[in-house]
Design a protein around this ligand. Sequence first.
Ligand code: ZN
Length: 199
Amino acid sequence: MDTKPDSFDPADGDALIVVDLQQDFLPGGALAVRGGDQIVPLVNQYLRRFRQRGLPVFATRDWHPPRHCSFQPAGPWPAHCVAGTPGAGFAPGLQLPPDAVVVSKAQDPQHDAYSAFSGTSLVQLLRAAGVQRLFVAGLATDYCVLHTARDALAAGFAVVLLADAMRPVNLRPGDGAAAIAELRALGARVASLDGVGAV
Ligand code: ZN
């Protein structure tokens, strides 16, 4: 089996989307994803490569009301990413460009939304920017990255998963790997920093 990773040179029609790289999902946060902080320098390198090429950058954020249905005891998660709180802020050191398009999601108290396409105008924003292919990084591989990438594929966008710039929750062991396998089966490709606009 050929395990050589795919190689890409981002150009017009490509965009980078950083999913939910927020303080509450980092070690020490309310809903910490193991190693979530380790992807920040990698995401910054991807950001630099897309900005050098003048390509658009999108950043999604979980942006919950204080009493959200996903919070315990009724929901599956501890309270996290409450809009306007420090925990909902982007990761320290994340170098989002000033013109990054920020998409807030899961703002409805009654509905959770793992996908950044759910209840947002993301699809319109991407089409207005001429985006045809999305390079996806962020947290967590087996939840918001999975659902966002799945919806992107369903909406007709090509998807490249930046495997070194995402981390899973792995509530069950292997959830992250299963998410990537599912997305590959749906047509997503997988790359790492060496294979994306490397000089
Ligand atoms: Zn949430």
